[in-house]
Design a binder for this molecule. Sequence first.
Ligand code: B1M
Length: 216
Amino acid sequence: MKIYTGLDVFDAIAGGEMKSIDSLISGLLEEGISPEVLLNQWMIPAMDKVGVRFEKGELYVPEMLMSACTMQAGLKQIRPLLVESGVKPEGKILLATVKGDLHDIGKNLVGMMLEGAGYAIIDLGVNVGPEAIVEAVRTEQPDVLGLSALLTTTMTTMQTIMDQITDAGLREKVKVVIGGAPVNQAFADEIGADGFGRDAGQAVQVVRALMKNGRG
Ligand code: B1M
């Protein structure tokens, strides 16, 4: 009988092998490998490898998409385990990937980690325009708005969103945290966001710190 390891999960995601991911992950979980180890040591690095190969021209969009779908399937499986703390919400977080941008794996991870840290998540999805975001801030009254962008062409929409939130008179009512590969602290400062998360773990720390310092 073949013994599977985290490396098989890495290979399945990097190779876009949708069919094998469910049984691989459930087998490893049964063997006692923690969902955090699977995620941080094997699943995220696999997507990093996909990104590097895509950049080098070794992979094309359909292959990258197969890897992304495999990653999503794996995340779906470990999601309940990552969020099973089940305590009453520490606050409400509104999440969105900005207009023009369809990347949602990172945003979903951030949402999961925040959910695991005890926050209630409202996820508006991908390709969300500034108007819809402003409207959701108005109606949902979240403590924190989390924005994600993976493209250098879409990160600038974050500035538009900040401006429209201010114009709508809502800026004092919500903290804004941004993240995504092309975004950094300097950009967050430039657009006047309250925080920047380099990864999902840091996003939780930033949200916690902002909530501690009082709402809005
Ligand atoms: Co796209 N893509 N993609 N892609 N894709 C990138 C981003 C790219 C860097 C690849 C490359 O060239 N090396 C490149 C962007 C270049 C740039 O703008 N400078 C790129 C490109 C060019 C494109 C297309 C234009 C390709 C094309 O069509 N020619 C196209 C654009 C589509 C669109 O959005 N309009 C496109 C399409 C796609 C797919 C649909 C095939 C797929 C997305 C599927 C999906 O998300 N459902 C895809 C993928 C998978 C990638 C890569 C390979 C992986 C992204 C990912 O999921 N990473 C990516 C290369 C890379 O980043 N290495 C790439 C894993 C994820 C866990 O990390 O998303 O960074 P990440 O999230 C992290 C942090 O950034 C942070 O925490 C997360 C967890 O640790 N974070 C936050 C994210 N959001 C946060 C929010 C926070 C805080 C932290 O607070 C709220």
